[in-house]
Design a protein around this ligand. Structure first.
Ligand SMILES: Nc1ncnc2c1ncn2[C@@H]1O[C@H](COP(=O)(O)OP(=O)(O)OP(=O)(O)O)[C@@H](O)[C@H]1O
Length: 266
């Protein structure tokens, strides 16, 4: 589905967190929102998820305005918000809450279809074998993949991810992002993720929205996300750090490309 954001403004008292921002993400695109701390990324995602009401402006999914929390908008949180004592499967099943209601879910009265959906979602994130394992005995990366599975069980038309890999080590972050990318690709799911790590963002994003002080200062594809643009978005962040991120990304891209070409050989 196409996500359109039109003149969206959010004020907290005198503080303007988002100032008449507009942009569009077309069906099936993996978009990334970048910006330094306080730029307005979480506010934007919370409005898209219906958790916060905008002061003015609108959000539209294929032309329908999103006004409240919708069951077809899935969200992956930084701290995954899972029930630690429950299994990966039970946690994935809580994604049906919006559809089945709290009590049915509490009494384990989900439909066979929802149960199958939960297993299918765990398979998508490579955790089918671990379905019965308690979440508190899993690694941070595995827990985040359960969080993705739970969002998928919602049968989302829009997938949001707020700093999904911020608390993970680089290798787990890469794995989680690969699952997220593959999930979005195979289901043609419009996705918007906020990411702190520029190198990861560049590797996985197709479209980039740069926020600064509540304004969109960049909206474009990877090729246009130059070091100059990154410096504009992040202000006085060390240029070397950004360059290093870019180089690392290029290495990863080359690796992914060569893997892809290996895959196409007879
Ligand atoms: N509930 C609130 N009440 C008042 N001000 C808020 C509230 N939530 C956010 N803000 C302010 O709005 C601005 C944008 O915050 P937001 O959390 O959206 O930024 P962010 O880009 O997600 O930052 P971070 O990366 O640190 O999470 C900040 O100046 C923040 O202090």
């Amino acid at each position: 589905m196409t996500l359109r954001i039109e003149k969206l403004t959010k004020q907290y008292g005198d503080m303007t967190a988002l100032s008449e921002i507009s942009f569009e993400i077309s069906d099936g695109t993996f978009a990334v929102v970048l910006g330094e701390s306080g730029a307005g990324k979480s506010t934007l995602l919370r409005i898209l998820n219906g958790l916060t009401q905008p002061t003015s402006g609108g959000v539209y999914l294929d032309g329908d305005e999103i006004t409240n929390s919708r069951s077809d908008v899935g969200m992956v949180f930084q701290q995954h918000n899972l029930v630690e004592e429950l299994s990966a499967y039970s946690n994935a099943l809580t994604g049906t809450l919006n559809r089945t209601g709290f009590f049915r879910s509490l009494l384990n009265r989900q439909s066979v279809e929802d149960r199958e959906l939960a297993l299918e979602a765990l398979e998508t994130v490579g955790l089918l074998e671990e379905a019965g394992q308690k979440v508190n005995s899993m690694s941070g990366g595995q827990q985040q993949r359960v969080g993705i599975a739970r969002a998928l069980v919602q049968r989302p038309n829009l997938l949001l991810a707020d700093e999904p890999v911020a608390s993970l080590d680089p290798s787990s972050a890469e794995t989680v992002m690969e699952y997220l990318e593959e999930t979005a690709e195979t289901r043609n799911l419009t996705t918007l993720a906020s990411l702190h790590q520029v190198n990861i963002a560049r590797e996985f994003g197709e479209q980039f929205i740069g926020l600064k002080d509540g304004d969109v200062i960049f909206d474009g594809p990877r090729e246009e996300l130059t070091t100059g643009v990154l410096e504009e978005i992040y202000g006085d962040i060390e240029t070397d750090e950004l360059r290093e991120g870019t180089e690392r990304t290029e290495t990863n891209e080359s690796r992914r490309k060569s893997n892809a070409s290996i895959g196409t050989q007879p």
